[in-house]
Design a protein around this ligand. Structure first.
Ligand code: PEP
Length: 254
């Protein structure tokens, strides 16, 4: 199974009640009925929207639905949690794992994230795996070492076949929801560094076929410049994915 190279993924986080969410999905689909092979749109919606979102988008090959988290176990006494298999059974194809908000508010470390990745892959879900450094690391110019460690503890332990189902999202924590975007040069440098890590561990062709998205205050004004960088294969969009016009403008910047 091969993924297209470029993605515009929305991360709705804990926003939109049931009817608001469905209305937004319908609007996004209505704006994007023309098939394209240049990119795929992934809507990472709250669990309550998964099934209907997947049904509404199933005729559009370039629009896919994802969840924002899955549990480490396949089933059992875990009140309130949702398994990868449950997500997959709704028709979703993707799941975000490792978002900085999960790492921070739910203490998700590499051990937990690896179990989640295993569950996702076992249930045919593709993983959007988030990495990103906090501001202190960036200010101390230690961001590369920080990112390398995050990858070495997780994704760089997968085999090449597993890697085909992984998308990396580089999201500097200081840029998420802050309105502060990494400059296109900062983002490009980090994406190129990430690609080198994969080339060293696997090979150049594996590294080149990996999609690396940028996330962090991406908006209609900065998307074009970010996406035009050589190693930036699209974006993971938070706040701006909740407004159909902004999200559409970001998609159009491809
Ligand atoms: C995110 O949380 O994945 C994100 C990129 O958020 P924002 O675009 O709002 O910074």
């Amino acid at each position: 199974m091969h993924l297209p190279k470029n993605f515009i993924a929305g991360n709705w986080k804990m926003n939109k009640n049931y009817s608001e969410g469905i209305a937004l999905i319908k609007e996004i689909i209505a704006n994007n009925t023309l098939e394209t092979e240049e990119y795929e749109i992934i809507l990472n919606v709250p669990f309550i929207h998964l099934k209907e979102a997947a049904d509404l988008s199933k005729d559009y090959k370039h629009i896919a639905i994802g969840a924002q988290d899955c549990h480490t176990e396949s089933s059992g006494a875990f009140t309130g949690n949702i398994s990868a298999e449950m997500i997959q059974s709704c028709g979703a194809q993707y799941v975000i794992i490792g978002h900085s908000e999960r790492r921070m508010y739910h203490q998700e470390d590499a051990k937990v994230l690896n179990k989640k990745i295993e569950q996702a892959l076992k249930n045919q879900l593709k993983v959007i795996f988030c990495i990103g450094e906090p501001l202190e690391e960036r200010e101390a110019d230690k961001q590369n070492a920080y990112i390398q460690k995050q990858l070495e503890e997780t994704i760089l332990q997968l085999n090449k076949e597993e890697l085909k189902n992984i998308i990396i999202a580089y999201e500097p924590i200081w840029a998420i929801g802050t309105g502060k975007t990494a400059s296109s040069m900062q983002a490009q440098n980090m994406h190129a560094f990430i690609r080198t890590l994969f080339a060293e561990k696997y090979d150049t062709s594996t590294a080149n076929s990996l999609s690396i998205l940028y996330g962090g205050s991406c908006n209609p004004n900065n998307a074009k410049e970010l996406f035009s960088q050589e190693d930036i294969d699209g974006g993971l969009i938070g706040g701006a994915s909740l407004k159909s016009d902004d999200f559409q403008a970001i998609i159009k910047s491809f």
